[in-house]
Write a protein that binds this ligand. Structure first.
Ligand SMILES: [Zn+2]
Length: 380
């Protein structure tokens, strides 16, 4: 595709019926960086081009010079171009898709920003005779197109800055006071998914962009998996509310004095071995049970005797949550940690105590029961 064809196809991007030269100035400004100080000076690649040249650039390829292509390329602001395309309504996107098709570029609405940005780079490279390695630029296009496509969803999903927890609540006119920043989590995946991004507040986002470690990335990935769990379980289980007294039970688990955290020599691991195939998880659960099984049994009996806690009710709720995860094609370890996260989130409780409780539920035949998994009907 030639530049004048591309410019014609992208017409719906620029509002108003601008005539040829003003239209091209506006279009080119969407994908170039020119600071305010440079407006109208020789550093602005568009200013130095006369209106009559711009006019002919809308209909003839040879009016677009190698020099101008190089100037535009050196000031390319491809992220902005992707954003303005992504922000169009579907009708305008569809129009551009049809236009590009006329000039031989097949694309779809949800691919448009990505394909148009790459086509623009192709055109500039050809005209400017640039042959250097462009993999970094192509990668930037891929990442930013994914970010732009997921932006709304990511903002809705995040409940605050994923680093400091600052609120992202939107104030008037749809703008958020916290100006949420979406950062990329350094994955090498060819097609970034929404979990390769995180939402941070402005200060945390700037700090992350300046420098971050592998640990920072890992913490954000963990935060994403929590959000995903909350979202999945929120969809499936929102009406259920875990027994409030469960909080007491978790606190008692957490508050067990160190001196009492000893391995019970009478603890029997067989029930766990029959249900878990993941060795690492089996060790974690059996260690936890050797210390806590008796404690949980006695504590839940004590709570139940006060009449405010129903162990059976809690058991049914946790099992319902477990069932909702079985079909999601998760590993034992993933289901285990998601259940524990869910319990911790629902109770404002402690992650470790929640894991101990899940281990206990496995121990007493409620979760990961092989007979359940093969679909047999069990007597209650
Ligand atoms: Zn923050």
């Amino acid at each position: 595709m030639k530049f004048f064809e591309f410019a014609e196809a992208m017409r719906p991007l620029v509002p108003g019926k601008l005539s040829r030269a003003p239209y091209l100035r506006e279009l080119i400004s969407m994908f170039t960086t020119v600071t305010e100080n440079e407006w109208g000076t020789r550093n602005d690649p568009i200013t130095v081009v006369s209106d009559s040249t711009l006019d002919s650039m809308t209909s003839r390829d040879n009016a677009f010079t190698k020099k101008l292509a190089q100037a535009i390329h050196s000031r390319l602001r491809i992220d902005n171009f992707i954003d303005v395309i992504q922000d169009l309504d579907d009708a305008a996107k569809m129009l551009i898709v049809h236009n590009l098709e006329q000039f031989g570029l097949g694309t779809k609405i949800d691919q448009l920003a990505f394909d148009a940005a790459n086509e623009l780079v192709n055109i500039l490279h050809e005209k400017a005779k640039i042959t250097t390695d462009d993999s970094a630029l192509r990668r930037e296009i891929r990442i930013h197109a994914a970010l732009a496509a997921y932006r709304q969803e990511l903002l809705v999903r995040s409940r605050g800055c994923q680093v400091c927890g600052a609120s992202m609540v939107t104030v008037s006119n749809g703008k958020s006071k916290a100006s949420p920043q979406i950062v990329f989590l350094d994955s090498d995946t060819p097609e970034p998914s929404r979990d390769d991004f995180a939402v941070l507040c402005l200060p945390c986002g700037e700090k992350y962009r300046l420098a971050h470690t592998k640990d920072d990335v890992a913490a954000l990935q963990y935060s994403n998996s929590r959000l995903l769990t909350q979202q999945q379980l929120g969809d499936d289980l929102a009406p259920l509310d875990l027994d409030k007294k469960l909080v007491d039970l978790l606190q008692r688990i957490k508050a067990l004095p160190r001196a009492q955290r000893t391995f019970d020599p009478n603890y029997i691991v067989v029930p766990l071995e029959q249900k878990l195939t993941d060795d690492g998880l089996l060790s974690r659960c059996s260690d936890a049970m050797a210390i806590y099984e008796r404690v949980i049994r006695l504590e839940s009996q004590a709570l139940e005797s006060t009449g405010q806690f129903s162990f059976n009710r809690m058991r049914a709720q946790i099992k319902a949550a477990w069932w909702s995860m079985i079909d999601a094609d998760l590993t034992e370890a993933e289901i285990f940690s998601r259940l524990a996260m869910w319990i911790a989130d629902q109770t404002g409780g402690d992650q470790y105590a929640s894991e101990v409780l899940v281990a206990y539920m496995i121990q007493i035949c409620e979760l990961f029961n092989p007979e359940d998994l093969t679909g047999k009907v069990l007597a209650a």
